[in-house]
Design a binder for this molecule. Sequence first.
Ligand code: 0O2
Length: 291
Amino acid sequence: MLYLDYCGAMADAGELLGVRFMEIQLWRKLLSPYELAVRELVLKFEHIILEHQEQGLYSPIEQVSGREKSVSSILDKIQRKHIPMERLEEEVEDIAGIRIICQFEEDIDVVANLIQKRSDITIKSEKNYLKHIKQSGYRSYHLIVYYPVETIGGLRRLQAEIQIRTLAMNFWATIEHSLQYKYKGNMPPHVTERLSKAADAINSLDHEMSSVRSEIMDAQNSSKLQSNLVADILSNIENLYKVSTKREVMKIQDEFLRVYETKDLQKLERFHRQLDIIAEGYRAQSVPIRI
Ligand code: 0O2
């Protein structure tokens, strides 16, 4: 839908609701800092994934995404909850929304602790739909947080909702959300029943996956460690071409291929350390002597 049509529809909705219609520019002004908050938070959580990858560690965060709540969804909510327009920003806590997806249910706690320790995020409240599963079957862990953003008008302390759930929980929630949209609150009982059965299946799947978590994590860790080692070794070999003889580098390269083919991580680590010593020796030789 075009933005203007959308805003037209929004105006109708606004008049229908008896709330004062805010001009497009006012909505833009209201939502703009939330857009910034979403972008910053997504970037920061993505960086957590990156740091784990760089250090060859298992990341408790698998994916992260974010969105600003749509104007129609804000209007829906303020109507449903009888929120006056002037209290919109205090009472609609999810104008900025972040969704963090984990592989395993245990990771959800790890991520929540990571968030709790941060100095840039303050937790206001939590909603634990893992312990208190919703009637629909919905499972997820939600945090309402305060997050500061710098705008040209000064510092703003905004609220954001962070949803943390597993891949399996997210799969169920996405399908259920689409069906809710399709049936607009009148979901036929047979669909509700199937969704409820699917929620049970998702729950058992999460438990099954948790029981093999340590094996899966070990496998992922060693595969990440191996790819980091190989990348490091190749970059060292490339650098050696600049400072050593071609014959010597070819010898090192052949040795690397031999070690690589053994698929033995310890041998690869040993080779990596030896190569580091060789590279260090060349670096020492190339340091200019100051008189
Ligand atoms: P959006 O923006 O489309 O995600 P409510 O009064 O129930 O609307 P409240 O009190 O703000 O919501 O908090 P709650 O119940 O924690 O819901 C916040 C968000 O959690 C919802 O946002 C959904 O994204 C998600 N959620 C909650 N319950 C369900 C559920 O049964 N199924 C699915 N699929 N998602 C759920 P919004 O407001 O719906 O909008």
